[in-house]
Ligand binder design. Structure first.
Ligand SMILES: CC(C)(COP(=O)(O)OP(=O)(O)OC[C@H]1O[C@@H](n2cnc3c(N)ncnc32)[C@H](O)[C@@H]1OP(=O)(O)O)[C@@H](O)C(=O)NCCC(=O)NCCS
Length: 166
């Protein structure tokens, strides 16, 4: 399995099914448009036949300091803080059952991309828009709830950098 930027000329998306109709529809109908309009970068996990077995989206975003945990926010300025957003992340239901840890590998890839961005522009944290059922998946990686919305979670870039250099 490898992870690449979505390229419709090479990647076969038709059979992808995550179990969440909205996430599937996004990949099939809107992902390329989002890339063309410079709204997202879509990364796909593909098998040996270039069939998409998972995907995630990354965009620039911002977060209000009041949404972070009081402990974390205390040291930060009171204007919107720069962030990287993982807007969508899903693995194919059938491929998931083969134990390739597609979701984890996509998430780690996304965090590495965020770190690369943070080397050249300010990034305070990574945010994820989680589906309610997947909150536990992100919490396993240390993501914490944003105060405003239990389904949005965040991980400070400093924590990600520390984990990456360990
Ligand atoms: C959530 C999702 C992305 C996880 O992907 P995956 O390919 O199953 O993830 P992995 O195989 O890497 O799982 C890693 C670990 O997280 C656990 N896990 C998977 N989904 C989980 C969930 N929804 N809640 C809590 N833990 C979860 C796995 O059991 C595994 O545990 P282990 O380390 O003890 O074996 C996938 O289940 C999915 O696409 N779901 C439908 C769409 C969705 O809800 N997307 C996420 C929000 S945008």
């Amino acid at each position: 399995m490898k992870i690449e930027l979505l390229d419709p000329a090479r990647h076969e998306r038709r059979g992808f099914e995550s179990g969440n109709a909205q996430l599937d529809e996004y990949l099939h109908r809107y992902a390329m448009q989002g890339q063309r309009q410079q709204l997202v970068r879509v990364y796909v996990a593909v098998d040996d036949l270039n069939r998409v077995v998972g995907y995630c989206t990354l965009s620039a975003a911002s977060v209000r300091h009041t949404e972070l945990s009081p402990d974390h926010a205390r040291r930060l300025p009171r204007y919107p803080l720069p962030a990287v957003l993982i807007g969508r992340l899903a693995s194919d239901r059938t491929a998931r059952a083969t134990g390739q840890r597609i979701g984890s590998r996509l998430l780690i890839h996304a965090l590495k991309q965020a770190l690369r961005a943070a080397d050249s522009i300010g990034v305070q944290c990574v945010i994820v828009d989680s589906k309610p059922d997947a909150v536990g998946f992100y919490q396993r990686f240390g993501f914490m709830p944003l105060q405003a919305d239990g389904h949005q979670l965040y991980l400070p870039i400093a924590t990600i950098r520390m984990l990456a250099t360990d």
